[in-house]
Design a protein around this ligand. Structure first.
Ligand code: AQP
Length: 342
């Protein structure tokens, strides 16, 4: 297993910038997760001290069965290994292994005005739909800020759907630093070139909780079924109608699965090709693209104890970083015994 550039005796001693990103084990990894974030998780592991968290505390806002959450957490480790994270080049951790994340969240809670949290679109949508939002749903951006800065990460690979949350993390850091001194760097988002990926309904963000996903490790038949059910350009009713690739989610996804996407989009625009044909081709390409990763995932899943080994190695790597940060924070805010106390 790798070592992050940290000496446990002295705390973080790295000059490399640090990356952190969290992913919720709230369901199977999907195309949105992959194109929006996981591609960059893999790319950044060589350039930065990279830490990736399976944020199971966050997933508790949507997964309410303990056994299920534990299974989904293990599954997400396998997903990340299969897409290309290498425990020799990054640390993969389980958020709940570190109660310090929640401690820092509470400290931030004493700094953050409630009005900042009430701006959160997920929270506002829930209220508009008349849902009884949990306090966890209101405050999860505070936990997200704690997850990132407890490692003093300066770069955060996330999908573009997370832009507002990351801005809030930056505001939280500024508010904390104003009160207690310059302890945390302001984290910056790192995006891929993918837009926010729409779900198979073509209407909302592809999202585990919306049930509109294409899971990247689904069986080929299932991927075909899901792609064939995708909503395309609603104005293209007959095969001979010209399509609008700019509003067709299938055409947009082709961009990521072949160099000939402009020709494919032209085929739709001129009605040279039909939606069924374009969907079949997309399904085949998605299946082929993820085939080696699916096979790798199956091999890793068969190795008993592998997931827990990866998490234990990740935990050993990050613990000194997080302990150093929390010692600094507790000293600054005045909790615990304090430095130099006999
Ligand atoms: N549709 C998307 N397009 C681009 N990026 C996306 N991400 C998620 N959906 C899209 C990015 O994937 C990373 C991990 O996301 P997450 O699972 O932690 O949380 P999420 O954004 O809330 O994903 P879901 O699928 O929508 O989960 P649920 O339904 O449980 O809330 C993030 O970097 C995210 O930007």
């Amino acid at each position: 297993m790798s070592q992050l550039a940290v000496d446990p005796a002295t705390g973080p001693a790295t000059t490399r910038e640090r990356v952190f990103s969290g992913i919720q084990p709230s369901g199977a990894s999907h195309l949105g997760n992959y194109l929006g974030a996981q591609v960059n998780y893999v790319a950044l592991q060589d350039q930065y001290d990279a830490i990736y968290g399976i944020v199971d505390l966050h997933a508790m806002t949507t997964v309410h069965d303990g056994e299920e959450l534990r299974r989904l957490t293990r599954d997400m480790v396998l997903d990340l290994l299969a897409v290309g994270l290498d425990p020799d080049r990054c640390a993969i951790i389980r958020q709940s292994d570190f109660p310090e994340h929640s401690e820092l969240m509470w400290i931030f809670d004493t700094v953050v005005p409630v009005s900042w949290l009430e701006r959160n679109p997920t929270y506002k949508e829930g209220r508009a739909e008349g849902k009884e939002n949990s306090n966890g749903l209101l405050t999860y951006p505070v936990l997200q800020a704690a997850d990132i800065v407890i490692y003093k990460a300066s770069r955060v690979p996330v999908g573009k759907d997370q832009a507002a949350h990351l801005e809030l993390s930056r505001e939280i850091v500024r508010a904390f630093n104003r009160r207690y001194g310059e302890i945390f760097p302001e984290p910056q988002a790192v995006y891929t070139d993918a837009p926010v990926v729409l779900g198979i309904d073509g209407a909302r963000k592809m999202s585990k909780s919306a049930g509109n996903t294409i899971p990247i490790f689904a069986e080929p038949d299932e991927i075909h079924r899901l792609v064939m059910s995708m909503v395309t350009d609603p104005q293209r009713i007959k095969r001979s109608d010209p399509g609008r690739p700019e509003v067709c989610n299938v055409c947009q996804l082709h961009r990521f699965f072949g160099g000939d996407y402009l020709q494919i989009q032209d085929g739709e625009r001129t009605a040279r090709t039909g939606c069924v044909q374009t969907k079949q081709l997309l399904a085949e390409r998605i299946v082929e693209f993820f085939r080696p990763m699916r096979e790798k995932r199956a091999r890793l899943a068969a190795e008993a104890g592998h997931v827990e080994e990866v998490l234990a190695a990740g935990a050993a790597q990050v613990r000194p970083i997080l302990e150093a940060t929390m010692a600094e924070v507790r000293a600054a805010v005045g909790i615990g015994r304090g430095p130099g106390t006999a």
